[in-house]
Design a protein around this ligand. Structure first.
Ligand code: WTA
Length: 655
């Protein structure tokens, strides 16, 4: 990390927007002045201009019971109406909302009128299955139009969705269904990944069958199944329904009812520092306001001419805010793609950009670095001249990857916005505004208008320019999380206890001499692998749940492509070792086990079998030292270890 900080101090390249870009930019510099004069007035104006309210709000923010915020509290709205019907009513029904590209090459476009009609039918189906405002619906789907339709149908009823990433295992799905006490699961037979059908329904079956021993039982009354993979699935006629049969039989008419601004919209689980994922809760009016504002201004959206593509899966927050809610609230035309970037060939993404003339492209640094490794020859085979703006999200983008993105993908002209935010913040918080900010490779730069950010020391004092510390948000913001589902204490403890009145993001950051923010990665036991958050504790508990394992410690080691990689150190039970198992077999079995317990993304890159773990006298594992080993560095200070020879033995073993 220290090398990186040195490099950051010496970045002096700047890229000003072209005159043409600046002249046509959606954002303008006055936004900053307006927001700093009257922050709440600024957000109230955005909420009125970008969102259609059934009953207008009179109070912008209620912060009388911090950290529980209420935004636009006495207003009412329907989120799905804002993403659909109002565009049709305004005469834009024929505009394409979604260009869907399937991995095998099938494609389908839906206009706003068509998407609205589908959501209305789906809302009627859900009502028929007993879903009412406030009920939770789990969504476990591939990146197909039905994923967006399902989310909006749930939102239309004032119910709450909990999208679970299709790459998560049956166990992960089960714990999320139980925690939220979901009534319905929407899934598919399977979806296309890497050239073949990857089944989804079997995981839902397994999750629901195995529920006897955990949590509130039998909350799920139905499973609605989209036909996509055409793979054979088991069928429980009492419980399971085909999506296409139900939709075909449903009425196409549905009037959206308005709900209070603070009505819950969704729960999204994310990894924290303990083993149990947190259900991050977002509500309606404030979330939609900031989603729409940031999508429009950060991506310079010209809704009548742009084609936008965000490569995130709806299983992550980026897919919620920048595939479903932001773009659709703004009436954008967007691409969604089902598969992996390299199926069936490594130029698949660039081919899609050429095919749909994508003009705004939003992806993650890990993807950019993998393409960089493959070389510029692949993107050069495609016409990428439609691209006029590029975005990055999920982890720090190193200046080298930033420059490659700009040159090879952006044709040396497209501005890059490096956007910092989190599942908890709901929407972008720190980013350049294209057309206004001179961009700087590697820095996320400045808080958006209306957002108050600082970098502070451990006692909460601002560190000032030229110094590093912890990133905090100092004022409530419209799309902030409203809590952790079912656990208000954990909400307070995790984010507010450290500084009292400031939101603690869990990220290290540095302010450079221009006051620009550089993100330096997590300061807690959360890893960031390919832009996905994983908890060391969660993977450790998966490892020790296997009969081989006596103890386990997991660290995130830096990795050239994925940012960080999972590296595990395990102690195997004597009895298991005695059965003279080969170390390679143990490693393979444990990797598979973690994949089954959590999902393939959590599988360790390396597993080292060791005899001891480095612990302090109070028994705390010193992960810092293990990270030194995993990254091949000289071992740091070991004086606080209970047994100082442990590290020597581990280093020899790892070799
Ligand atoms: C990291 C993803 C540096 C950060 C939207 C944060 C970033 C975590 C950036 C949230 C960025 C996200 N630069 N780091 N532009 N964007 N992060 O909840 O560590 O999946 O805390 O939300 O990703 O991950 P999450």
């Amino acid at each position: 990390m220290s090398n990186r900080i040195d490099n950051l101090l010496h970045e002096d390249r700047r890229f000003a927007p072209s005159d043409e870009f600046a002249a046509n930019a959606v954002a303008n510099a006055e936004l900053y002045a307006e927001a700093s004069d009257d922050r709440l007035g600024f957000w109230a104006r955005q909420a009125r201009e970008l969102v259609t309210w059934e009953k207008p709000f009179t109070q912008t923010l209620d912060w009388s019971n911090p950290p529980f915020a209420k935004w636009f509290d006495d207003g009412t709205l329907n989120v799905a109406y804002n993403c659909l019907d109002r565009h049709v009513d305004a005469g834009n029904g024929d505009r394409v909302a979604l260009h869907f590209e399937g991995e095998p090459g099938d494609s389908r476009s839906l206009t706003y009128a068509e998407l609205t009609a589908e959501v209305k039918r789906a809302a009627n189906v859900l009502t028929g299955l007993g879903i009412r405002a406030g009920d939770r619906v789990a969504i476990y789907l591939p990146m197909i139009p039905e994923a967006v339709i399902a989310m909006l149908a749930v939102a239309r009823l004032g119910a709450v969705h909990s999208v679970v990433f299709g790459g998560f295992s049956a166990d992960s799905l089960r714990s999320r269904i139980d925690d939220a006490a979901a009534k319905l699961v929407i899934t598919a037979d399977g979806g296309w990944r890497k050239g073949k059908v990857s089944p989804l329904k079997p995981a839902v079956d397994a999750a629901l069958e195995a529920r006897g021993d955990l949590g509130p039982q039998d909350t799920v009354t139905n499973v609605l199944v989209v036909k996509r993979g055409e793979n054979t699935v088991d069928w429980n006629p009492e419980r399971d329904r085909w999506w296409h049969d139900e939709l075909a039989a449903a009425s196409p008419d549905h009037t959206a009812e308005a709900f209070p601004a603070e009505n819950p919209l969704f729960i999204l689980y994310t990894s924290g520092t303990t083993g149990k994922p947190k259900g991050i809760l977002h509500t309606s009016g404030g979330y939609l306001t900031q989603a729409a504002f940031t999508h429009k201004n950060v991506f310079d959206l010209h809704a009548d001419s742009d084609v936008y593509w965000c490569t995130a899966d709806i299983g992550w927050i980026t897919g919620h805010t920048y595939v479903t809610y932001g773009p659709l609230a703004n009436g954008a035309t967007q691409v969604i793609y089902e598969g992996t970037p390299d199926s069936p060939h490594p130029g698949r993404w660039w081919e899609i950009i050429e095919k749909y003339k994508v003009s705004i492209f939003y992806t993650a640094p890990t993807a950019i670095r993998s393409f960089m490794k493959l070389g510029r020859k692949i993107p050069k085979q495609f016409d990428l001249s439609s691209l006029r703006l590029l975005g990055s999200v999920g982890e720090p983008i190193n200046p080298e990857a930033w420059m490659w993105y700009r040159k090879v993908i952006g044709g040396k002209t497209a501005p890059i916005v490096d956007t910092w935010w989190q599942t908890e913040t709901g929407a972008i918080m720190i980013s350049a505004l294209p057309g206004i900010t001179e961009t700087k490779p590697g820095s996320a730069q400045v808080p958006l208008p209306g957002i108050a950010i600082d970098v502070v020391d451990d006692d909460g004092n601002p560190v000032g320019e030229g110094n590093g510390g912890l990133l905090v948000v100092t004022e409530p913001w419209p799309s902030m999380l409203r809590g952790i589902w079912g656990d208000p204490e954990r909400f307070q403890e995790t984010y507010w206890e450290k500084f009292g009145d400031k939101y603690f993001a869990g990220d290290g950051a540095r302010l450079d001499d221009d006051g620009d923010v550089w993100l330096l990665g997590r300061v807690d036991d959360v890893m960031n692998v390919s832009g996905h958050r994983l908890s060391t504790a969660e993977i450790e508990s998966a490892l020790v749940s296997h009969p081989f394992t006596a103890e386990a410690a997991v660290v995130g080691a830096s990795d050239e492509t994925t940012g960080q990689a999972v590296v595990a150190f395990v102690i195997i039970k004597e009895s298991q070792l005695e059965e003279s198992k080969a170390v390679e077999d143990i490693q393979a079995v444990l990797r598979t086990h973690v994949g089954e317990q959590i999902g393939p993304i959590a599988r360790p890159r390396q597993i080292f079998v060791v005899n001891e773990l480095p612990k302090t006298r109070s028994g705390k594992i010193m992960r810092r030292l293990l990270r030194d080993v995993a990254e091949g560095r000289e071992i740091g200070d070991t004086t606080t270890l209970a047994d100082t020879t442990v590290m020597q033995i581990i280093t020899e073993k790892v070799g």
